[in-house]
Ligand binder design. Structure first.
Ligand code: ADP
Ligand code: ASP
Ligand code: MG
Length: 446
C-alpha cells in the first residue's frame, strides 16, 4: 500500500485535478489518496469563521455564496457527463446548506471546526466523481470515521490503526480517497490537525496501514536546501534522514507540516516529496539510509518569543530549571530553544496564548525579560559535535547580524540560533552563499 497526498495547489483547478488523476492512474500499487482543500479554500473558510465570530453575517454570506459559485464552475468544467455534474450538485448543495445553517446559529468553536472541515470534504467528493467519470475505480472514505485525536489534540494512533483497518477490510478495490486535515476529537466532534495538517494525515494513515511509502505531492520538486520564498538559487535536496526532515519541518520548512515526519519515522516508512507539475523530477526521499552530508538544508521559524529569567538564586541551586519547566508544562506551552548561564535561563516559545500567565508565575523566580518578533534559524545536517569547522562555517558570514541565542549539541542533526525577524531574510541569504554555493554548482552540473 502507498499513501499519496496532494496539497491545495495540486487540486487547485480543473486542470490540476486532471493531473492528479493521471498520477494516480500511473501508480500501479494499492493506494490511499489523501487530498487537501482546493487552494485558497481553507483561507476563505477561516475568513468566514472570523466574520461569523464578529457577527458580520452579510459579509460571511457573500463569501459562502462566492465559494459555492466557484465550486459549481469547477464541477461543471471537471465533470462532463450530466450524471457526474448532477451528483456534484447534490454534494455542493449539501455543503452549502451546512454553511448556511451555521450562519443561522450563534458562533461556537465547534461550528468553526465544522466550517473549517468543508474544504477537504468538497475536494475529495469532486475528485471521486471525476475518477468515476474516467472509469477509475475508487472508494471515498470519510476521514471522520477513523482519524481521532485526544484531549490534547494528539493523534490516537492505535485507534486510527484499528478503525482504518476495519474500514478498508470492507472493500476489495485498490484505490481509496480520503480527506487530509480533518478528524474527530475526544468528544467525537469534528476537529482538525491544524493548518497544513494534510501532510500529518498522510503520515498517520501511512503508519496505520503500514504503507511501503508515503508520497507528498506538492507544487515544488521536493525539499529545497533553503526557503525558496526568501532565497534565490535554492535547489532540491535528493535525500535526507528522518531526523533532518523532522527538524526542518518543525523549524519552518513549510513544505511539511511540523509534526508530519514523526509517524513515518516511528514506522520507518520512506517519505517521498514530489512535484505534481513535474512528476518526472526525482524529488526528495526521506529515509533512514540517506548518505551523510555535513550541511543539508536551512529553515526559519517566525513569531518566536524569547523569555529570559534572571536570578541569583539560581547560582549553585538544583531544582531551579525544573520549577521553570513546570510553569510551561502547566500552561501546555512547548519550549523550542533553551540556553542557560550561571544566573539566567533563556528560552523560546512560539505559542504566546498563555504568555501573560506564564510571565506572572515566572516572576516568583527572578527578573523576567521578554523579547518578541524573533525567528529561529535551523541548520540541519550531520552536525555531530566531533566534527570540525561546522560552527565556523556557519557563523563566519554573520558577523554583522546580532544573534540572540544559539543552541547546538542538543541533537546531532541541528544547530539553531535566534535572530530578529527583520534580519531573517538576510541571514538565510548569507548562509546560502556561504554554505551551499559549491553544492549548487554540483547540482547544476549533475
Ligand atoms: P501544499 O499546499 O501542497 O501542502 P505548501 O504550500 O504547504 O503546499 O508547501 C509547499 C511550499 O513550501 C512551496 O511552494 C514553498 O514555497 C514552501 N517551502 C518553504 N520552505 C521550503 C523548502 N525548504 N523546500 C521546499 N519548499 C519550501
Ligand atoms: N486545507 C488545510 C490548510 O489549508 C490543510 C492542508 O492543506 O494541509 O491548512
Ligand atoms: Mg502544506
Amino acid at each position: 500500500m502507498i499513501v499519496l497526498k496532494f496539497g491545495g495547489t495540486s487540486v487547485g483547478s480543473v486542470e490540476n485535478f486532471r493531473k492528479v488523476a493521471r498520477i494516480v492512474q500511473d501508480c500501479q500499487e494499492d493506494k490511499i489518496i489523501v487530498l487537501s482543500a482546493m487552494s485558497g479554500v481553507t483561507n476563505t473558510l477561516v475568513s468566514i469563521s472570523e466574520l461569523l465570530r464578529a457577527s458580520k453575517t452579510k459579509e460571511a454570506l457573500e463569501l459562502i455564496n462566492g465559494l459555492n459559485q466557484k465550486y459549481l464552475v469547477v464541477a461543471k468544467d471537471l465533470l462532463e457527463s450530466d450524471e457526474g455534474f448532477y451528483k456534484a450538485q447534490i454534494v455542493l448543495k449539501k455543503q452549502h446548506q451546512v454553511l448556511l445553517s451555521i450562519v443561522e446559529e450563534s458562533f461556537t468553536i465547534q461550528n468553526e471546526k465544522i466550517v473549517m472541515a468543508q474544504g477537504e470534504l468538497v475536494s475529495t467528493n469532486l475528485f471521486q466523481l471525476y475518477m468515476e467519470e474516467i472509469e477509475l475505480e475508487s472508494v471515498l472514505l470519510s476521514a471522520l470515521d477513523f482519524m481521532y485525536i485526544d484531549k490534547f489534540g494528539e493523534p490516537k494512533s492505535a485507534v486510527i490503526k484499528d478503525r482504518i483497518g476495519k474500514v478498508l477490510a470492507n472493500y476489495s478495490v485498490n484505490t481509496f480517497i480520503t480527506q487530509g486535515f480533518i478528524c474527530r476529537n475526544e468528544q467525537n466532534e469534528i476537529d482538525n490537525l491544524n493548518r497544513g495538517g494534510s501532510d500529518y494525515s498522510a503520515s498517520l494513515i501511512g503508519a496505520a496501514v503500514e504503507a511501503n511509502q508515503i508520497q507528498i505531492w506538492t507544487d515544488i520538486d521536493g525539499m529545497h536546501n533553503n526557503d525558496p520564498r526568501f532565497v534565490d538559487h535554492t535547489f532540491s535536496v535528493k535525500e535526507m534522514s528522518f531526523d533532518e526532515a523532522a527538524e526542518l519541518a518543525y523549524f519552518g520548512a513549510k513544505i511539511l507540516h511540523p509534526q508530519s515526519i514523526i509517524p513515518a519515522q516511528e514506522s520507518n516508512i520512506p517519505v517521498l516529496l514530489k512535484n505534481t507539475f513535474k512528476p518526472e523530477s526525482i524529488g526528495t526521499l526521506i529515509h533512514n539510509k540517506a548518505k551523510v552530508q555535513k550541511i543539508r538544508a536551512i529553515a526559519a521559524k517566525d513569531n518566536i518569543t524569547a523569555i529570559k529569567i534572571k536570578s541569583y538564586r539560581m547560582l549553585m541551586a538544583y531544582g531551579f530549571i525544573k520549577k521553570i519547566f513546570e510553569v510551561f508544562e502547566d500552561h501546555k506551552t512547548a519550549i523550542d530553544m533553551i540556553t542557560t548561564s550561571e544566573v539566567a535561563v533563556s528560552l523560546t516559545i512560539d505559542n504566546t496564548s498563555k504568555l501573560k500567565e506564564i510571565i506572572n508565575e515566572l516572576q516568583a523566580f527572578g527578573n523576567i525579560e521578554v523579547d518578541s518578533d524573533l525567528s529561529i534559524i535551523c541548520i540541519a545536517g550531520d552536525l555531530a559535535q566531533n566534527k570540525k569547522g561546522v560552527t565556523s562555517a556557519i557563523f563566519n558570514g554573520l558577523k554583522d547580524i546580532p544573534i540572540r541565542m544559539i543552541s547546538y549539541g542538543g541533537s546531532n542533526y541541528n544547530l539553531s540560533f535566534l535572530v530578529k525577524s527583520i534580519d531573517k531574510i538576510a541571514v538565510l541569504n548569507i548562509l546560502n552563499e556561504g554554505l551551499f554555493k559549491r553544492l549548487e554548482i554540483e547540482v547544476l552540473q549533475a
